[in-house]
Every structure is written in structure tokens, then in C-alpha cells.
Design a protein around this ligand. Structure first.
Ligand code: CP
Length: 320
């Protein structure tokens, strides 16, 4: 593995999930892999889980991880080629990224979309410019449209949770939220689940909340949430803003929040959410605090997903 931006960068999903689960059993077995290596982690946006779990994963592999909160502490970066930088941006990625490439062996980048310009967000300009100019492997710590470390974690958690079920029914359900949120987690979850292929995958959302078709081929879309939830083995809850009329909130209907009554329609489904979650807006206390919630297990698996990915990149570097 050279870079890690999407499911397209992996060669064998089963192997990657197994690798993550084996690191969960034996976290320090590959401490030699990252010896004398350093990972730079750049955050243009806030994070708790991604930041800490990736730092822990790097440490488990014997690698140092240095975090730089660019959005808070760094110069405002320009990403457009040939930009005339007479506005608010201070440093071009073309100048900054090669320096980072000389400091570090691997670069992790966390960016969010603007939710204003769909074409620009979906071109993944920011992360692609870091790949182009840094000259070292780049790991997405969430990009404008995808969150691959989260999605790998999600599949690890599903595999752990549903050992006995051959072809599980997985439902991704939209939930209300007070802010316009990116489509990244939903896009990425859909991309990874459809790539996996061994599930009945249903996406349920209000009319006009369709995700980009590039990520949902192979999923069944149902606008009636209760119908979608019937016999589900996993319910993945997530809000996203509109894709077609980009970045808007069309509804905040609390009727879309998952409750125990709705959960009773499922096959005693486990409930997932990437966190952070707005309690009693996106997900009810009764579900989050109930026996079906696996959100803490899911978040703790972030370490093993990151460790499996970083180890693949370190092995690729060692083989060159
Ligand atoms: N799920 C997730 O990415 O969490 P953070 O935003 O805290 O990293």
C-alpha cells in the first residue's frame, strides 16, 4: 500500500481486517516496523478519535507521530495552482508539502469539505495536492468526501460483532442534526460495504438526501425508515447534508431519530455511529446507553484499523 485514501488503495479487504484483529490481540508484535520512522499528522479540523487512535497505532509500531494542528497553529494554506496569493492564504501547499516530505516518512492529513463548492470538494484537491508535492505516502485522516480509516474500523467491528451471520442485513440510516455535516462518513461506509459485497445493504434517508451515486451502486435505497430497518442486523446511524443541492439542511425531522421502538423492528441489531454524536438529536439516550449500542467498541477499534494500514505502508517502504 502506497497511500490510503479510499477502499481503492487496498489489495485484500479480508486480510486487512484480519491484520487489524490480530493487532488487537497482540498490539506490540511489529514494533520493529516503524523503528526510526516518524509520521506527521496534519489537522486542518478538530478530531479526537482519529488523532489519538492513529498516534497510538504509530506508537505500537515503534514509530513516532508528531501532530500539527494546521487549522489552529499553522499558516493558512493555498491549494490552487497558479494562485495569486493576495488574499488570506499565506503559504502554498507546493512550498509546505515538500518540507513535510523531508521531515517525515508518512503524512496523515485531516481535511473537511467546504460544503459550498461541490466540484472542488469532490475533486479532493487538498489531499491530492499533498500527495503531489510531499513525495511521501499520504494517509487520509478524513478527506472532503471519504473517511477510510473510519470505514475500515466499521467493517472490523461488524466482522467482530456478527461472526455467526453469513449475509447480514446492514442499514445505513440518515439521522437529524442541527448543522450541515459532510457526506464523508456515509459515502465511505457505502463504498466499503458495497466493495465487501457479502451483505444486504440498505440506505434509508429522506427524499432529496441521496448520496453521490459513485458510492451507492449495489445498495438498496428506501425512503421509509421503518420498512428499511426490518430484520436489520446492523444499523449505522449518521447525518449528512444534501449532496445534489449541495451542503444544505432540508429537514431536521426528529421522527428520523433511532429509538428503542424502531430498534424492535430489527433482528436485535447492533447500533453503530462514528462519533461524535449529538445525543437525543441524532441518536436517543435509550439506544446509545442500551445493550445494542457498540459505539465504544467501534471507536476503540480505530487503533487497530490505523495500525493495520500503517503497517502495510511501512512494509511497502521496507520492500523498496
Ligand atoms: N469519528 C471520528 O473521525 O472522530 P474524530 O472526529 O474525533 O476524529
Amino acid at each position: 500500500m502506497k497511500n490510503f485514501l479510499s477502499v481503492g488503495d487496498i489489495t485484500d479487504l479480508d486480510e486487512l481486517v484480519s491484520s487489524a484483529l490480530s493487532y488487537k490481540k497482540s498490539p506490540l508484535r511489529d514494533q520493529h516496523l516503524g523503528k526510526n520512522k516518524t509520521m506527521g499528522m496534519l489537522f486542518l479540523n478538530p478530531s479526537m478519535r482519529t488523532r489519538l487512535s492513529t498516534q497510538l497505532a504509530a506508537r505500537n509500531l515503534g514509530m513516532e507521530a508528531i501532530v500539527f494542528n494546521v487549522g489552529q497553529d499553522g499558516w493558512t494554506l493555498e491549494f490552487e495552482d497558479e494562485a495569486i496569493m493576495s488574499g488570506s492564504t499565506v503559504e502554498h501547499v507546493k512550498d509546505a508539502a515538500p518540507i513535510l516530505g523531508s521531515y517525515f516518512d508518512i503524512l496523515g492529513i485531516r481535511t473537511f469539505p467546504s460544503l459550498k463548492n461541490k466540484e472542488e470538494d469532490y475533486s479532493e484537491l487538498y489531499i491530492k495536492q499533498f500527495i503531489r508535492y510531499s513525495g511521501i505516502p499520504v494517509v487520509s485522516l478524513e478527506s472532503a468526501t471519504l473517511h477510510p480509516l473510519q470505514s475500515l474500523t466499521d467493517l472490523i467491528t461488524i466482522r467482530e460483532t456478527l461472526k455467526e451471520i453469513k449475509r447480514p442485513k446492514i442499514v445505513l440510516t440518515w439521522a437529524p442534526h442541527v448543522k450541515a455535516l459532510p457526506q464523508c462518513v456515509a459515502n465511505s461506509f457505502a463504498q466499503w460495504v458495497t466493495y465487501w459485497g457479502e451483505t444486504d445493504f440498505v440506505i434509508t434517508h429522506p427524499e432529496d438526501y441521496d448520496l453521490s451515486k459513485q458510492f451507492t451502486q449495489g445498495a438498496t435505497i428506501i425512503h421509509n425508515q421503518e420498512e428499511a430497518l426490518r430484520n436489520a442486523d446492523i444499523v449505522y446511524v449518521k447525518n449528512w447534508s444534501t449532496f445534489n443541492d449541495y451542503g444544505r439542511i432540508y429537514t431536521n425531522d426528529p421522527g428520523w431519530m433511532l429509538t428503542n421502538r424502531k430498534l424492535s423492528l430489527t433482528n436485535n441489531a447492533k447500533v453503530m455511529h462514528c462519533l461524535p454524536v449529538r445525543r437525543n438529536v441524532e441518536l436517543s439516550d435509550e439506544v446509545l446507553d442500551g445493550p445494542n449500542s457498540v459505539v465504544t467498541q467501534q471507536a476503540s477499534n480505530r487503533v487497530w484499523a490505523a495500525q493495520a494500514v500503517l503497517s502495510e505502508i511501512l512494509k511497502h517502504q521496507a520492500a523498496r
